[in-house]
Design a protein around this ligand. Structure first.
Ligand SMILES: Nc1ncnc2c1ncn2[C@@H]1O[C@H](COP(=O)(O)OP(=O)(O)O)[C@@H](O)[C@H]1O
Ligand SMILES: [Mg+2]
Length: 347
């Protein structure tokens, strides 16, 4: 297998807070994004998804820090890069981010074409005309009219601004694009259209994508592989087909059953009771244990180690009962039909 484009290796991320214990937002997180893959990171609000995205581009809030483990991009450790190094080597050029709230990321006093010229001047040897041409092509890619490239951002609706930002995120031909909950600003149909457009470039440019969302069905529809997070810990990771056909972490199982599923229109949706714990210390237990119908004393006895799941070697579940879960879950839940047949049909 080729080297992953991005690798999280046992990463801890903390936010220091004045006069209180630090927030342990991400703990022992491990996952890998293979080159050319669309990777989905899913989990409910507050589980640490944006913290992971921010850490990858050196964009953690002032009080945030990667306190242990390694983040490797194309094999190089980047977790200790300075802001200057990130700006010079990584941001936009190699990894670009489509942010969760994008309204402030365009310069309000500059025409979009001028912003492209500035970006090209700083990062490339393109001429002004070439920079404008490139933006024009990208407007086409994201479904904006090319005639609008000389507009100011305020002349665009919110949805159009979001598309313009996506065009800029593609401008320097990065190898990894991080989309942090783009659905919150884009409606679903628009999102599908844009993904279709990006998919057209995927092969030419060898693009990989980290797609962050709280909606597991978005991952199911769009991603090759995925990780499910709960309470600052990775719960399960693997190919999308494996995680859907053979989920082995209770949270992944329940999450899948908590969303409407085209494969199973009449199913009653499972409700996941309770909340993840506040993490003011590094958790030495499974953060899902309190909410888990199958938890035992062992779940509170140390953070769970990854259990390889039979089949593809990338499929892991961080659950001490992973190997019993198929049986345990079958007693509680109706199992939907296999995902692989449906995925093949839709691709
Ligand atoms: N700057 C910060 N200072 C303190 N805590 C923070 C900060 N940013 C995020 N957090 C906390 O870190 C945890 C993870 O947040 P986040 O990564 O934004 O989650 P998600 O994107 O999954 O909703 C949450 O408990 C959140 O309150
Ligand atoms: Mg977030």
């Amino acid at each position: 297998m080729s080297e992953p484009i991005l690798e999280f290796d046992d990463v801890d991320i903390e936010y220091s807070t004045r006069g209180d214990n630090a927030v342990h937002a991400v703990n022992d997180a491990s996952f890998a994004i293979e080159e050319h893959d669309y990777f989905g990171l899913v989990g409910e609000s507050g589980c640490g998804k944006s913290t992971i995205a921010d850490a990858i581009v050196g964009g953690l809030d002032e009080n945030g820090e990667v306190t242990s483990g390694a983040i490797r991009f194309k094999g190089k450790e980047i977790q200790d890069y300075s802001e200057k190094q990130f700006n010079k080597e990584i941001r936009w050029k190699e990894i670009s981010v489509i942010p969760q709230s994008s309204m402030n990321s365009l310069d309000p006093v500059m025409k979009l074409s001028q912003q492209a010229v500035e970006m090209a001047k700083y990062h490339t040897d393109l001429s002004k005309a070439e920079a404008v041409d490139r933006l024009r092509d990208l407007f086409d890619v994201v479904g904006l009219s090319e005639s609008r490239i000389h507009d100011y951002p305020h002349q665009f609706s919110g949805g159009m601004q979001q598309r313009a930002i996506i065009a800029f995120s593609l401008f320097l031909r990065p190898s990894l694009i991080i989309a942090d909950e783009p659905t919150t600003a884009l409606d679903v149909i628009m999102q599908d259209q844009i993904l279709d457009h990006i998919n057209e470039l995927k092969d030419d440019w060898n693009i990989s994508m980290l797609m962050i969302t709280h909606d597991i069905s978005v991952v199911f529809e769009n991603c090759d592989s995925m990780a499910v997070m709960h309470g600052g810990q990775v719960a399960e990771a693997g190919s999308t087909v494996d995680v859907f056909d053979r989920p082995r972490h209770p949270y992944a199982i329940l999450l899948q059953n908590a969303f409407p599923d085209v494969r199973y229109p009449d199913r009653e949706l499972a409700v996941i009771e309770g909340h993840p714990p506040q993490l003011r210390e590094k958790p030495d237990f499974c953060t899902f244990a309190d909410r888990c119908p199958w938890s035992t004393d062992e779940c509170y006895d140390g953070a769970p180690d990854p259990q390889p799941i039979e089949g593809d070697e990338s499929h892991m579940a961080w659950c001490v009962r992973a190997h019993e879960m198929e049986e345990l879950a079958a007693e509680h839940l109706e199992k939907p039909p296999e995902a692989s047949s449906i995925l093949e049909g839709s691709r």
